[in-house]
Design a protein around this ligand. Sequence first.
Ligand SMILES: Nc1ncnc2c1ncn2[C@@H]1O[C@H](COP(=O)(O)OP(=O)(O)OP(=O)(O)O)[C@@H](O)[C@H]1O
Length: 254
Amino acid sequence: MSALLSIERVSKRFGGLTAVSEVSFAVPEGAIYSVIGPNGAGKTTLFNMISALFPPSEGAIVFDGQAVHRARTHQLARLGIGRTFQNLAIFSHATVVQNLLVGMHHALKANLLSAALFWGPARREELAARRRVEEIIDFLEIEHLRDLPVGLLSYGLQKRVELGRALAVGPKLLLLDEMVSGMNAEETEDIARFILDIRDELGVTVVMVEHDMGIVMDISDRIAVLNHGSLIAEGTPAEIAADPAVIQAYLGRN
Ligand SMILES: Nc1ncnc2c1ncn2[C@@H]1O[C@H](COP(=O)(O)OP(=O)(O)OP(=O)(O)O)[C@@H](O)[C@H]1O
């Protein structure tokens, strides 16, 4: 498998603090890839660089053959990267359908000019957007909730809607930031099943930052482990679970 995403000697400094230090790894196309590490290890900082919230101090991030570390956040969706956020980023007063249509906004925005000039293509695009939203609703099994305000749903279902919104842009790569934190066991199992389906049925590569070791070990193909900003291990779940440096990094904190 070739790499869809390459992290190449990436560092990030905040003033005197090095949050991420010369980290390199490659995410194969079609993989479910997890980034783990104790609190303060640099996971969120790395994730924010991959999703172009801020640039690395050094190094490069290459997605699908293109350097993206200087891209702007609003360009990401068009490049084929979707993401969820650690804290819910949905609109709680809007319905499920409305939230998913907002997720498609990026894809549609590129064609505002054509919308102004040509009624026909814009209308076709709007219909295609609505069709795609219906497919996602079907895929995530939330048909019965489609017209409810998202704020009325349980936390697990709200996260599922957020997942749908990230999928609405039709990504090749999906970045999931602590998707299951705060979820109960049943909700976590549901999300694990959806992540597997997203990869298997939609062909989307998944990178997730996750604290829940259960889901990480169950569904990841490969795992990168950060500690104090450095990559201390990279490999399959079995390799990571047996790695002395990883065990030390986790046990050393407890
Ligand atoms: N904007 C910032 N300014 C200054 N320091 C920061 C900033 N963002 C993160 N840091 C520091 O960088 C280090 C890595 O933080 P980061 O949030 O990336 O870790 P993490 O692995 O995601 O932790 P957690 O698991 O607790 O979310 C920490 O020491 C943190 O205090």
